[in-house]
Design a binder for this molecule. Sequence first.
Ligand code: SAH
Length: 607
Amino acid sequence: MNTSNEPLGDPAHDRRPPQDRTVIGLVAATAAGSAAARRLADAWPDRTRRYDEGPVRTAVARAFEDCDQLVCFLATGATVRLLAPLLRGKAADPGVVCVDEAGRFAVALLGGHGGGANDLAAEVAELLGDGCTPVVTTATDAVGIPGLDSLGWPVEGAVAAVTRAVLDGAPVALRADATWPLPALPPHVGVRGVAADVRLHVTDRRLPLAAREAVLRPPSLVVGVGASRGVGVDEVLGLVSDALDEAGLSPGSVAALATVDAKAGEPGLLAAAERLGVPLRTFPAAGLAAVDVPTPSAAPLAAVGTPSVAEAAALTAAGPGAELLVRKRKSAPADRPAMATCAVARRRPRGRLAVVGLGPGARDLLTPRARTELRRASVVVGLDQYVAQIRDLLRPGTRVLESGLGAEEERARTAVAEARAGHAVALVGSGDAGVYAMAAPALAEAGPDGGSGGSGGADPCGADIDVVGVPGVTAALAAAALLGAPLGHDHVSVSLSDLHTPWEVIERRVRAAAESDLVVTFYNPRSRARTRQLPEALALLAKHRGPATPVGVVRSASRPEEHVLLTTLAELDPETVDMMTVVTVGNSATREIAGRMVTPRGYRWQT
Ligand code: SAH
């Protein structure tokens, strides 16, 4: 339960991969299958349960009943026959992965999106290793389009028909009440498809749906609830359901229940939240008392210290810009006094700004999290050469706003403006996006309104976008790994670019690094026009360390033109250095060992 008074995070963002809370049943019938099942059970002791006793038919049936996901070490044919009589429906069935006898394939057989089988197949394949390949056949994954049921939002109506049209490239009209940070949808899905009879709605309002229409429910509503001690769960749920019904709102869009701290342990409220599948968020009475509400009253003031619980909690949980859609109303049990109140507020949608480091260049040094953020974005902002590095990873329909060198502030402004407009934006930069790069100007631009949405923490005084940072492998680290272990003891990075920093400041820092015997990595060491700085900086270091001090020069780390040179302070030729290079200068203990640059940890050299 969340008891702080931060505005709501988007549940889609907070969504954990299903594996964090699910139980995986492992069904095996053969010796090889059991061996593979044991490997999974050993690796995931808390997530797995083994079913390899008795006839396989009963084992599958029991696992299907008990577990959220199944891994069957059986042929797909056998698994299909065993599952067929058990199937209930897409929303209720567990995700099922099949692994063949030789462990070559992990096939997502059932519940690819909703049941998490696609992700599980990937995980199982990775764990079994030795060339085990995950097999995913859901169409949306194959063509890079987000499945309507993979967004973590409830979806209703003709999901299959709309998905089919999206996949086939047929025009689909998109009718959204507001801009939500959804992943990119292909260009034939949008306002231009207004005439289409296939429609995708994004709304919290109840709608009559025609045969070829589906509706995605954004997490836009917060229901504030007040309760007397001992209130029953059915009274709370009945009240909430009536309030939503009468206002024409869908329960699928309810993102949270909210109340006052004093009711945090009220069983009827906790049970109601659980049945709705949302968190119960609670707030201090003093904070709620300060909220301007239409229907204050004396009773809660006397009981819990605020004149409003339901309205004030709904508005507070819904965050800045919230709108009260349903005023406080009471439950109306036939036979006794009302014990519950509720009110409904609508959140202003919050865009998402992900600041994503792409690593030094090689695709396998791009982190999986960075890849996920790129595919979650509908807008990508960055320097043209960095965008080129990852363009193939973007979903079709992603809007790419690229610019040339130098336009940093403009890029930062654009990224923040797009996020403020409600979009899911990825601002990309090479290496780590926070190191001599875009994160700092972007966060300055986002200002006090930028929350930190990733961890659920956010600025309580007005977060209007979620900001998420994805770390990347910075050039100093990519270079260090190529050189050996030059950063084994204390080290600093210094940019020699005096474009934004006066040379006197840079000099002072280099001198301090020299005096403190720190290993130094120079970024932006030398350009065609800026040739003076590197020799001057090296001369400052040479006052405090010997001419034989190892120096590593790495150009285009992890790119096809990669070049690594290990030399010394005395012998370094500045001509070998350009803007694609970092230069790492050892400290007084750094040694060359078997062609590698090594800085021992501590100054007692191991003999
Ligand atoms: N954000 C980037 C740094 C941007 S400053 C990062 O974290 O790596 C640009 C400087 O980084 C270049 O002048 C060069 O010194 C260094 N650099 C970036 N990528 C590099 C690479 N692949 N190999 C060597 N140096 C690199």
